[in-house]
Write a protein that binds this ligand. Sequence first.
Ligand SMILES: C[S@@+](CC[C@H](N)C(=O)[O-])C[C@H]1O[C@@H](n2cnc3c(N)ncnc32)[C@H](O)[C@@H]1O
Length: 243
Amino acid sequence: MRKLIKLIFIFLKNLVIISRPHILFGWFRNISFLISNTISLSKWISKQNKKNIYYHSSFFKRDYSKRYSLYNYIVENQKLDKQPFDYLEFGVCQAHSFRWWISNCKNENNNFFGFDTFEGLPENWGAFSKGDMKANIPQVNDSRTAFHKGLFQETLPLFIQSTNFNSNKRKVIHMDADLFSSTLYVLTSLAPHLRKGDIIIFDEFNVPNHEFLAYKIFTESFYINMRLIGAVNNFFQAAFIIE
Ligand SMILES: C[S@@+](CC[C@H](N)C(=O)[O-])C[C@H]1O[C@@H](n2cnc3c(N)ncnc32)[C@H](O)[C@@H]1O
């Protein structure tokens, strides 16, 4: 009986493939993908315990200053002012967030690495087109900083090769690249180098087809336990600690 069910299943599957359903139903793919990821996101959010984390939910208005209060909380709660750490930001653009970290974390042994094409987004993203967000490499006048210009897919492998990740320094990884592909690429590349206590911040976490999807696929594929420590703007910005 099981053999027969298996044969029928294989037959039906092959029938679906050769009948090329995308011709009739291709229009439905994007909308069903968005609906599916939105349902995953809402399910994920509803499962989070918001009591023991830093949490602000602004329902009607997105308040960007809240992300700086989240950074403040991370620094204080994780005692980052008591120990040197490496800060890696993916998606620097005009360096608004990058500058916050260098000016609020003064330990001379901190290092701040910024990665960006500085030629703008490599793909379309929502209402933004490929090439939007182009910016000059920021002038920050701080010897602790270094910028890596180019696609993460080109600069990160070289950075990883030349970096000693075995030091006891914690890492603060700031994902602000917006795109699914960029976020997933960085997370998977850094996965072997993540240590307990490292922090990962997302800047557009609640975008279902992009950062959230990258987070979901990453955590499900690598079995890496990331505990939520803070979220603001209804999970637009979210921060996690590696356990
Ligand atoms: C939203 S902006 C960053 C904003 C910045 N963190 C701030 O607070 O001002 C996103 C940036 O990600 C960069 N980016 C996205 N994908 C990238 C990739 N694969 N390689 C390099 N840069 C990328 C874009 O060039 C863009 O400048």
